[in-house]
Design a protein around this ligand. Structure first.
Ligand SMILES: Nc1ncnc2c1ncn2[C@@H]1O[C@H](COP(=O)(O)OP(=O)(O)O)[C@@H](O)[C@H]1O
Ligand SMILES: [Mg+2]
Length: 230
């Protein structure tokens, strides 16, 4: 058991509902868990069980309808959008299911984006772009546009961008879901590296190879936490 004091992330009775006409759709119901720093956590569960919604709430991209979510001691449910944008940019690396690269920017410019937002010096940005592209094995593609890359390569750029500001928390939504085995393997290597570096990583996935890295598994079933294995 973990206490509230040493939790890196704490979800307390998190609920999320959508009102669709006269129908209320409960997407997350009374979800409570805590995650310690440097743990590798997998969120599993069938399609529609609420994995993406939960990741978005942990990352401060979406607010719960009830309950609270604390990340590094900050209650994200009471913060305004200005605080949340800065908090995300400095502390959280988010890898979306659909990559979300900016199509009009090159690979290097996409990776530079979060560092420019936090006003890092130009030389530092240049150095970091090279390091990150080396980590994901795409040094030779720095000046290409996303449309010139395969899905797997775009996903690797998305990882490089997520890691740009060296966040302590990395959230990845089914990062190997649309990839062939070879590209999936490259992503898993990056996840393994993050685990070894002591980052806190939360991944929603069905991938058994990623599950093998997990210290903790949160199983969602129709919006409820079905079981928690540590
Ligand atoms: N903006 C929204 N409005 C209404 N329903 C939504 C919205 N976003 C997600 N949902 C519903 O919430 C449920 C959980 O979705 P999601 O978190 O994407 O699940 P998963 O990632 O596990 O597939 C689904 O039934 C989905 O249709
Ligand atoms: Mg999803």
């Amino acid at each position: 058991m973990t206490t509230e004091d040493d939790a890196f992330i704490l979800a307390q009775a998190v609920g999320k509902s959508y009102q669709l006409g006269s129908e209320k759709l409960d997407v997350l119901k009374d979800v409570t868990f805590s995650i310690l720093k440097a743990k590798f956590v997998v969120i599993s569960g069938p399609s529609g069980s609420g994995k993406t919604t939960l990741l978005n709430i942990i990352g401060g991209l979406d607010k719960p309808t009830s309950g609270q979510i604390f990340v590094e001691g900050e209650d994200l449910t009471v913060k305004d959008e200005d605080f949340l944008s800065d908090f995300r940019c400095n502390n959280i690396g988010f890898v979306f299911q659909a990559y979300n690269l900016v199509s009009t920017l090159t690979v290097a410019e996409n990776v530079a984006f979060p560092m420019e937002w936090t006003r890092k010096p130009e030389e530092e940005i240049e150095k970091r772009i090279n390091e990150l592209l080396e980590t994901v094995g795409l040094q030779n593609r720095a000046n290409h546009f996303p449309s010139q890359l395969s899905g797997g390569e775009q996903q690797r750029v998305a990882f490089a961008r997520a890691l740009a500001n060296d966040p302590q928390l990395i959230l990845a939504d089914e990062p190997t879901g649309n990839l062939d085995e070879k590209n999936a393997q490259k992503i898993i290597q990056v996840l393994q590296l993050l685990k070894e570096e002591g980052k806190t990583v939360i991944v929603s996935t069905h991938d058994l190879l990623i599950k093998q890295l997990a210290d903790q598994v949160l199983c969602l079933e129709e919006g409820k936490l079905a079981s928690e294995n540590e």
